[in-house]
Design a protein around this ligand. Structure first.
Ligand SMILES: [Zn+2]
Length: 242
């Protein structure tokens, strides 16, 4: 006869072992990638409107001149939480809209984020851009409208930077094969369409050095590890193959 307490010593480890085995099997199953290059529009994924439509900054110059950089991120949320949830979360944090221009989920599906002809909110902020924006907003227009604020945004690392976010927390998990192959397709498409140089494709964590300190500007936010240690290594490798 096995004692009840002894039984617990067998059942609990067995349950834990089964769970770990299950996770290993699920993780190792090949993901069914979304094949073919297609961008799922905001309308298709039922995006919310920007919270303040008058606060959307539309680029005024030709996009081939303005768009010079591609900045790559991870979402920081484990696995797929969905583009709609990312947008709702960011809007609840005070962002006007989803921060990025494109989002790629774990299956490699590519979603349209902010409109490509509008300023993103993913690369970071500088003291100089914020100060100037405040001065403008006090004296010219309380809303940061497209017409009233042409200059301050040029001191912002987001100016001319297309933001691409891959779903996942790449500190603890790897980008999927599907994400990486469709990221490459998306990057190649953007490079060709807007004449972006390979050298100007960077990880979020490289922005501070390259688009802020190098311009003698002062960053507002702390240093970031985005897109996580696995993301940084694998995405950097991918960029090198372009
Ligand atoms: Zn990031």
């Amino acid at each position: 006869m096995i004692k009840k307490s002894n039984l617990l010593f067998i059942v609990i480890p067995a349950l834990i072992f089964s769970y770990i085995l299950y996770m290993i099997i699920v993780d190792s199953l090949p993901l069914a990638c979304t094949n073919g290059f297609r961008i799922i529009s905001r309308k298709e994924w039922n995006a919310n409107n920007p919270l303040d439509t008058s606060g959307v900054y539309y680029y005024k110059d030709d996009l081939k001149v303005v768009l010079k950089y591609i900045v790559i991120h991870h979402s920081g949320f484990r696995e797929n939480i969905g583009v709609k949830n990312i947008q709702s979360y960011q809007q609840s944090c005070g962002y006007n809209d989803i921060a990025y221009h494109f989002i790629i989920d774990r299956y490699g599906k590519i979603y349209e984020g902010r409109k490509i002809n509008t300023l993103g909110a993913h690369a970071g902020e500088t003291a100089e851009a914020n100060n100037m924006a405040q001065r403008f907003s006090k004296h010219i227009d309380k809303h940061l409208t497209a017409t009233s604020l042409p200059e301050p945004y040029k001191l912002d690392p987001d100016y001319g930077a297309i933001g691409i976010c891959l779903e996942g927390n790449f500190e603890i998990e790897r980008p999927t094969r599907c994400q990486l192959s469709n990221l490459k397709q998306l990057v190649l498409y953007l490079m060709q369409k807007y004449n972006i140089e390979k050298d100007n494709i960077m990880l979020h964590k490289e922005v501070r050095k390259r688009l802020i300190l190098k311009r003698n500007l002062h960053p507002i936010k702390e240093e970031t590890h985005c897109p996580g240690k696995y993301g940084a290594a694998e995405i950097k490798h991918l960029i090198n193959t372009i």
